[in-house]
Design a protein around this ligand. Structure first.
Ligand SMILES: Cc1cc2nc3c(=O)[nH]c(=O)nc-3n(C[C@H](O)[C@H](O)[C@H](O)COP(=O)(O)OP(=O)(O)OC[C@H]3O[C@@H](n4cnc5c(N)ncnc54)[C@H](O)[C@@H]3O)c2cc1C
Length: 446
């Protein structure tokens, strides 16, 4: 008898499960239920769509509902799953229909954090989470001939949006409660990010809290903060997300300490017949050796495929992540992996670090080449624990190479003489990675 696979949420995670499980086991009856009007949309390129580097929103859809249906997946759009009844093995939908499952997958993503201040529901105030959000922002910019924008939140989405808005010729200011932009990175690196913002005409207001938004006089909206009164035609709020785990919690599934759904390495939840994937689920951090919540698209894709393989009859473990992440802000590449010193100390290591500035490519080559690299390692073992890089070129490549070193458990001595392909337009014979690893190894007496 064929099994019923029901998937809640058709984002990167849920859609990956549907595709993989159905490919492996064509006898599965697969139903994917999505409360929005799209499936399999890529959120990551949305700032570049708003900037109009990507012209057509269809480019943000990896696979249409029709394509899923042709492959035998039943897709229900604009339908919310309101309850999971584990005892009976059914989900209750917003239209009152009950759908039975043998296997259930939760891929419910995150919900944006909305500040509890007056005026967040005014026309011209946006959050950027879904494709309809991105389309509404792009339309609003065009139709209202938007002249000025305020971005609230200097995390990676806020920073990417500063670039997108400036690219549309819009005067842009950025506010954040924190004293620095991109607080996860070291002060020396965030100073470079803030310099870049200034160079590109974005005024940054650190240590500034949003208090209310109201109708403006010179522009459409007025933003009252605890420091300034600012006006603009558009306000974008990007102050973070939290795991969308309410359905799981109501069904009595185990949540982790992060509030995301607790899973094992097969992506199973505390209920054998229920899996969770993507931003709503926890992920194992291979360096801190803790379950954590890192809402990123590449992780959602991998967890979705692993769950799909297991549901489809295979056996696959997702070993977890090392915490690699990156973004671009105007001309700067910003990347990090592993742990910073505080996280490393919390995880029981004895962290030491080095931060170096050098050249991404050979000094004799023309063009911008300034690159900053920081390494964190364990004093007792010499093992690499984390890295950060910021520069006009080469930051992401260095961090990706170091992510492999982290996953392999490499020491500074090994990294200091690691064989990297070399040619002047790409790097230097002693790459900044070699130099930083050797310097840190020496400073901890190895
Ligand atoms: C602007 C932006 C830029 C980003 N850039 C990057 C990047 O550069 N790199 C990167 O790695 N990540 C990036 N991300 C994060 C990435 O998009 C997410 O990690 C990824 O989309 C997570 O996929 P998911 O399937 O877990 O969740 P989602 O894609 O959020 O999908 C969850 C789906 O579940 C549906 N749903 C929720 N509850 C229910 C319910 N009860 N019933 C029915 N349907 C439900 C939702 O409508 C949604 O469609 C970015 C995100 C944004 C917003």
């Amino acid at each position: 008898m064929s099994r019923n696979l029901v998937i809640v949420g058709a984002g990167a995670g849920g859609a990956s499960v549907a595709a993989e499980a159905r490919r492996r086991d064509p006898s599965l009856e697969v139903t994917m239920i999505e409360r929005g009007g799209h499936v399999s949309t890529a959120a990551c390129p949305m700032p570049y769509y708003i900037q109009d580097l990507i012209k057509d929103e269809k480019m943000l859809v990896a696979r249409t509902p029709e394509e899923f249906r042709e492959s035998g997946v039943n897709v229900r759009l604009e339908t919310q799953v309101e309850e999971v009844d584990r005892r009976q093995g059914i989900v209750r939908l917003s239209d009152g229909i009950m759908v039975p499952y043998d296997i259930l997958v939760l891929g419910t993503g995150t919900v944006p954090i909305v500040p509890r201040v007056p005026g967040v529901d005014l026309e011209g105030v946006f959050m950027l989470k879904t494709l309809p959000d991105a389309m509404a922002i792009k339309t609003y910019i065009r139709e209202k001939r938007c002249r000025k924008a305020l971005v609230v939140g200097a995390g990676f989405i806020g920073l990417e949006m500063c670039e997108a808005l400036r690219g549309q010729g819009i005067e842009t200011e950025l506010i954040d409660l924190a004293p620095r932009a991109a607080m996860m990175w070291d002060p020396e690196f965030t100073a470079l990010i803030e310099e870049e913002l200034l160079r590109q005409g974005v005024k940054f207001h650190p240590g500034t809290g949003l208090e209310s938004i109201e109708k403006g006089s010179e522009y459409q909206l007025r933003l009252n903060s605890d420091r300034d009164v600012l006006e603009a035609d558009l306000v974008l709020i990007a102050i973070g997300v939290k795991p969308n785990s309410t359905l799981a919690a109501a069904a009595g599934l185990r949540l982790g300490a992060t509030g995301a759904i607790g899973v094992n390495f097969s992506q199973r939840t505390s209920d054998e017949s229920i899996y969770a994937v993507g931003d709503c689920a926890e992920v194992y951090h291979r360096i801190s050796c803790k379950w954590t919540h890192i809402p990123l698209g590449d992780i959602a894709n991998k967890q979705g495929r692993v769950a799909g393989i297991n549901i489809g009859g295979g056996a696959m473990m997702f070993p977890g992540v090392v915490g690699a992440r990156c973004f671009k802000v105007f001309d700067l590449g910003v990347a990090a992996t592993g742990l910073d010193e505080n996280e490393a100390a919390e995880a029981g290591y004895h962290p030491e670090s080095v931060l170096l500035w050098g050249n991404a490519i050979a000094a004799a080559m023309p063009g911008e080449k300034k690159l900053g690299l920081k390494l964190v390692a364990d004093r007792s073992t010499g093992r690499l624990l984390g890295a950060q890089a910021v520069g006009l070129r080469g930051a992401v490549e260095r961090v990706n190479a170091l992510s492999v070193a982290l996953a392999a458990g490499m020491t500074l001595e090994e990294i200091g003489y690691q064989d990297f392909a070399y040619s002047p337009p790409f790097n230097t014979p002693w790459d900044l990675i070699h130099v930083a690893a050797q310097k840190l190894a020496k400073s901890i007496g190895r």
